[in-house]
Design a protein around this ligand. Structure first.
Ligand SMILES: *[C@@H]1O[C@H](CO)[C@@H](O)[C@H](O)[C@H]1NC(C)=O
Length: 426
């Protein structure tokens, strides 16, 4: 059997923490007051542990209306019935624990948490408009916001705090303006209005429909507006990584004008994959494929590659067919090895390729032999080949088809290895 890491040197791997605690207690009891004080000075990084208190409600027909009324936000996990299988039950409990921990961390905010069983609570689910099993839905005022991100406490807490805020942020001065200008990864809208009691109202109403995924800003300040070349009642749309904004046609704008424009333009030419809405992004494919670029922004090669990608995106921003998903592997440590295996990639280097979202089949631009990264022109040529179908994930499949018989199709590089390597494993 393969030894799990951590079981090699310690006979009691799970009790390591407890043993350490004993040693600490022994050390502590012999310390002087000065050192104890120093210890106290090291507080301040206490990760929350689940305290065992149930905060997540079991939502049913009797209590859902009350729950909706009672909180500023109501966060509901819509789930499959609890499985009979022990292992799967554990998985279910882990998800439940994510909700419990989130509820605990946000205890002093006015947020309610609950679970809705897709089988037992069919009626409630229908009344609330819950559709996708496995999703989290957040109710704010009379709106429903679907959370389509990684179900971890970190991500969910961040998301809920975003939803609690006002959907429009007001920019009052040069400092706030600079912060606004630095947010190049986000889709942002900014409008210039006379004041709160003006056409700002339509803008604000539109913003509520996209919170927290699309950021809305407004200014009532003449000099801020001047700096952005905004006219009165004008709204600008900033696509991620673009230098110049698009101006929404027409002035003043109605809520629907804004909503329609955003819906038409929200699939950016270059978009960053984010934990908070990763599944939504992935579902928004281009006829079954994604062009995916892996690049670590903190790595020199990754940074350089990203700059080239931005250039390509800026050159092709008017091509509605093109959208590149940028993934920074640093943001998804739990997925890195899975991606490396699935796509047969080395993610220590920047990569770009095409992924078929049906079967995760992929082809990647060969950058291994070059000392240098591809130029923007080379990358554009390759993208053109992808968009025209010359580069695709299917050609090598057909090759496999021709080689093998119809009833046994394997990709070349997936052929089983000869037995000799398999021995030592058992
Ligand atoms: C993606 O893969 C599926 C299943 O192998 C295949 O039927 C489909 O044609 C592929 N799509 C594209 C765009 O290559």
């Amino acid at each position: 059997m393969l030894a799990r890491p951590g079981t090699l040197h310690s006979p009691f791997p799970l009790h390591r923490g407890a043993a350490m605690q004993h040693i600490w207690l022994a050390v502590l009891s012999s310390l002087s007051l000065r050192l104890v004080l120093q210890c106290r000075a090291e507080e301040g990084l206490e990760f929350p542990n689940f305290d065992g208190k149930d905060r997540v409600l079991d939502i049913n027909e009797r209590n859902f209306k009350k729950a909706l009324k009672r909180y500023d936000l109501l966060c509901l996990f819509y789930h499959e019935p609890v499985p009979a299988n022990k292992g799967l039950q554990k998985r279910f409990q882990m998800t439940e624990l994510v909700l419990e921990l989130t509820a605990q961390v946000l205890e002093n905010k006015d947020i309610g948490f609950g679970m809705v069983d897709s089988q037992r609570d069919v009626k409630v689910a229908k009344k609330l408009g819950l559709e996708e099993v496995g999703s989290v839905y957040v109710f704010k005022d009379d709106r429903v916001i679907e959370f389509d991100g990684e179900l971890s406490a970190d991500t969910l807490v961040e998301f809920l705090l975003d939803v609690l805020e006002d959907p429009v942020e007001i920019i009052n001065n040069a400092m706030e303006l600079r912060a606004f200008e630095r947010m190049e990864e986000d889709i942002r809208l900014i409008g210039y209005f006379k004041g709160e009691d003006s056409y700002y109202k339509a803008f604000q109403e539109a913003s509520e429909r996209f919170q927290p995924y699309i950021k809305f800003f407004a200014t009532f300040d003449k000099s801020v507006a001047k700096h952005l070349s905004l006219k009165m009642n004008e709204v600008n749309f900033y696509e991620p990584f673009m230098e110049e904004p698009a101006i929404l046609p027409g002035r003043p704008l109605t809520e629907m004008d804004i909503v329609e424009f955003v819906n038409q333009h929200r699939r950016a030419t270059l978009r960053k994959l984010r934990a908070e809405n990763m599944f939504e992004t992935w579902e928004d494919d281009m006829d079954g494929i994604h062009i995916v670029a892996f690049a670590e922004e903190e790595d020199p090669d990754g940074y350089e590659f990203l700059e080239i990608l931005k250039d390509v995106a800026r050159d092709n921003t008017n091509n509605p067919e093109l959208s590149i998903i940028w993934i920074d592997p640093d943001d998804f440590p739990l997925l890195t090895t899975y991606w490396e295996t699935t796509f047969k990639l080395d993610l220590f280097r920047p990569q770009i390729g095409v992924v078929n979202v049906t079967d995760a089949d992929s082809v990647w631009l060969d950058m291994s032999n070059d000392e240098d990264l591809p130029t923007a022109e080379e990358l554009e040529d390759w993208i053109e080949d992808v968009l025209s179908g010359r580069v695709n994930t299917e050609d090598d499949d057909e090759f496999a088809y021709d080689q093998e018989d119809e009833h046994y199709v394997l990709e070349e590089d997936e052929s089983p290895e000869p037995d000799e390597d398999d021995d030592g494993d058992d």
